[in-house]
Design a protein around this ligand. Sequence first.
Ligand SMILES: Cc1cc2nc3c(=O)[nH]c(=O)nc-3n(C[C@H](O)[C@H](O)[C@H](O)COP(=O)(O)OP(=O)(O)OC[C@H]3O[C@@H](n4cnc5c(N)ncnc54)[C@H](O)[C@@H]3O)c2cc1C
Length: 425
Amino acid sequence: MKVAVIGGGWAGLSAAVSLAEAGHSVTLYEMAPQLGGRARSVPGEPVCDNGQHILIGAYVETLALMRRVGVDVEAALLRTPLHLPYPGEPGLRLPGGQPLVSFTRGVLANSQWPLSARLALLVRAGRWLLQGFKAPADQTVAALAAGLPPVLARDLVEPLCVAALNTPAHQASAQVFLRVLRDALFSGPGSADLLLPRQPLSDLLPAPAERWLLARGATVRAGARVHALARHHAAWMVDGEAADAVVLACSAREAARLTADIAPAWSAEAAAFEYQPIVTVTLQSPGSRLEAPMVALREGPDAPAQFVFDHGQLGLAPGRFAFVVSGAATWVARGDVAERVRDQALAALPWAEPPVIERVLIEKRATFACTPGLRRPPAAIAPGLVAAGDYVAGPYPATLEGAVRAGRAASRLVASASVMQNRSP
Ligand SMILES: Cc1cc2nc3c(=O)[nH]c(=O)nc-3n(C[C@H](O)[C@H](O)[C@H](O)COP(=O)(O)OP(=O)(O)OC[C@H]3O[C@@H](n4cnc5c(N)ncnc54)[C@H](O)[C@@H]3O)c2cc1C
């Protein structure tokens, strides 16, 4: 079949690679000059990413896709067992091995938490395990963690929640949080490992995937925004060009616009998301080095960032530090996030030279707000028209893995439609 993929983010790339692999003729339309969507490098000197990203060992489909397009995953990502140090405090460190044993040993060994708190966490995690990591659809993460010692909410639940769901614990869905926790902490050896990019984001997937697609005869149209989508007899018309099937892998907002007349109910659902920003503030301090490549920070009324990454230790740029503020709606509204991050950095960490602000990236619609009971539109929109994207109905919050899985699922739906077409008389 001739398949149009609209949107060249990680979902669109995942769909395009799967479709090309299955022998379909793929045309990929991307509005921006380069592929990668929200997870790409932005032009500039030195090269900088459109926001610091981390992956975890449980991102099996993302890692498989990277390998399929020729990325040397071991070289591209620094893999370490889960370690959440705070400045001057060793923090939680999970040793390798069988997940349950590793989690228990890691929690018991964290002497920063009183023994009563460590035991309370193990009891609570055991209860979640016995309940199959399920929570009521309307429960928040704050409600899920109610009754746990405050130190655990502050140093574990809240930072993990905002990092994974980009939504503060008092607004975030307990159901999605537990699903992430299950896959990350208890789904197999290495699933909780942190994988930190040692290369610019565009080299992790977008650029190799583009080369891979071109080598297999696919057409890649960067800088091509699709304005209109319409049904014409058995074909779909993408800005007047015919395709047998379409994978809509653009943002939810653009997908809603393009389907407003084709599938109004689906379109309304895609248009209804609320979003949470992520701010990445890059500071320069030549000669400085953190105690680990990734250090957790304590958020507070004047301290926005939850994590900082040392780009020198990641082999990207010595003396460059990326501070991440997730769930950043209130900080974006305040307007002084970069200055507050610099002050937080000065107060919390030792520096060889006082850090200076190099770059501030504010992604206002970084991800949808992952709230309890959130309705997400399904992948199937109309015959031969399928959505892919981190927002499409699924168990994951808005992540690279969610996007890649959605892309692959969309390609399977397209393939099953082609089987149906071939069977019809
Ligand atoms: C700052 C930041 C930090 C993040 N950190 C992490 C992290 O640490 N770990 C993690 O797993 N996830 C993280 N995420 C989330 C992750 O980046 C996204 O979930 C993922 O990139 C979404 O991919 P996507 O393909 O679904 O959507 P997108 O990346 O949004 O791709 C959609 C593409 O469609 C294109 N497009 C839109 N309209 C049209 C049109 N009409 N015609 C043609 N093209 C169109 C867009 O230009 C875009 O390239 C982060 C996101 C941000 C913004």
